[in-house]
Write a protein that binds this ligand. Structure first.
Ligand SMILES: [Fe+2]
Length: 389
């Protein structure tokens, strides 16, 4: 049966060293006053300087909301909205990792729509276009600069809400590898593995389509081929530039074909144990790949090949299992801590694992997995990932 596919992206994506400095000229077309949403640490290390200069030169006045210091909660979105209204801003400029960009998407939605953040949880629940958003990532990871998703924690229920709507897609993404040079090793690893997970899940998702396939497979190749170099030497501009392009391609891919079981299961780990998003994904990825291979061995064999494994002469199935090995090796090489090492406590884990599985299923992401998982199977996968020393 023939079907049609939709593919959405920001109107403009500028990428390459120096892209962030173009913010002023793009802001000019969107309004007169901006609210910059960021986190205090980035301002301290000087990452905002070029952006502020560019805005000043363009005659855009701005205020700064720099309190997004953890993965965003509903409170951040509401606090940011208050400032957005107080200063009568018309544009949002998000500078940061996934957290400031996700928070800014929440503010964008609240600025033009009645209701509170939790009313928007799920797909297509935001009726009107949000305030215009320019996204400038400082990690090569979330891809949030080009996605129609935001993840905002409802702290009253310990649930990471997945909010999906074209109405929160950034208008402009300025993807500048120079913004990532100061990222420490742990964050380079965690965010890079998040991007790798996006590309792998976009490629195996049951919603994959021809355009996302091209982007996802190429992203896997680029990320697997450059993440060790970017991690070993943060000043390696070529590796940083490649990682930025890989993360961008992965973001465009999963924004349109969705993520799957790994992300569905990772969000509850973040919500209950405050493990960072990238590390939660990395902890689950090898185990979930092994589980999922029977659903689409050819795709996992292609992933192994794209990650640089030698698959020639192997059966499709044997090649497919090399994808799990390749990811496991990355976790070891990049010194990604295991859940145990992060102090996820066994007693608490056992008491919430059933609820985590229920939350994972409720998010909808596991429904895109090439092999469907029952609640019991998800509990089993959590236990396997947790048992790693
Ligand atoms: Fe992610």
């Amino acid at each position: 049966m023939m079907s049609t596919y939709q593919f959405k992206t920001p109107s403009v994506i500028v990428n390459g060293p120096g892209a962030a400095k173009e913010v002023g000229s793009f802001a000019k077309g969107l309004g007169k006053k901006a609210l910059i949403v960021t986190d205090t640490a980035l301002e301290k290390i000087g990452l905002l300087n070029d952006i502020k200069n560019s805005l000043e030169v363009a005659g855009i006045s701005f205020a700064i909301y720099d309190k997004v210091v953890t993965e965003p909660t509903m409170d951040f979105a509401e606090e940011g909205l208050k400032i957005f209204k107080e200063v009568q801003a018309e544009i949002l400029i998000a500078v940061g990792g996934g957290s400031p960009i996700d928070a800014a998407k929440g503010i964008a939605a609240l600025a033009t729509n009645p209701g509170k953040m939790s009313d928007f949880a799920g797909a297509n629940k935001i009726p009107r276009p949000g305030a215009p958003l320019i996204a400038i990532p400082t990690t090569a990871g979330t891809g949030s600069e080009v996605t129609q998703f935001t993840i905002i924690t409802d702290t009253t229920r310990d649930v990471k809400m997945l909010i999906a709507s074209p109405n929160i897609m950034p208008k402009v993404a300025l993807v500048d590898p120079l913004m990532t040079l100061q990222m420490p090793q742990g964050i380079t690893a965690a965010t890079g593995l998040d991007a790798l997970t996006h590309s792998i899940e976009a490629f195996v998702s049951v919603k994959a389509q021809p355009i996302t396939d091209t982007l996802a497979l190429q992203a896997i190749r680029i990320i697997a081929g450059n993440i060790r170099q970017a991690w070993s030497n943060g000043d390696n501009i070529e590796a940083r530039t490649s990682m930025m392009i890989g993360a961008l391609q992965a973001g465009m891919a999963f924004s349109n074909s969705s993520v799957a079981l790994v992300h569905g299961m990772a969000r509850p780990i973040g919500a209950y144990f405050h493990v960072s998003h990238g590390v939660s994904n990395a902890a689950l990825l090898p185990t979930v790949i092994e589980f999922s291979i029977p659903g689409n061995p050819e795709r996992y064999a292609a992933i192994a090949e794209a990650m640089g494994e030698i698959t020639e002469g192997l059966s499709v199935l044997d090649a497919a299992y090399f994808a799990a090995d390749a990811v496991e090796r990355l976790n070891v090489d990049l010194k990604v801590p295991t859940l145990r090492e992060l102090g996820v406590e066994e007693k608490k884990f056992n008491s919430v694992v059933e609820q985590m599985a229920a939350d994972a299923i409720a998010s909808g992401s596991p429904g895109n997995n090439p092999r469907k998982a029952t609640k019991e199977e998800i509990v089993e996968l959590y236990r396997k990932a947790f048992s790693k020393e």
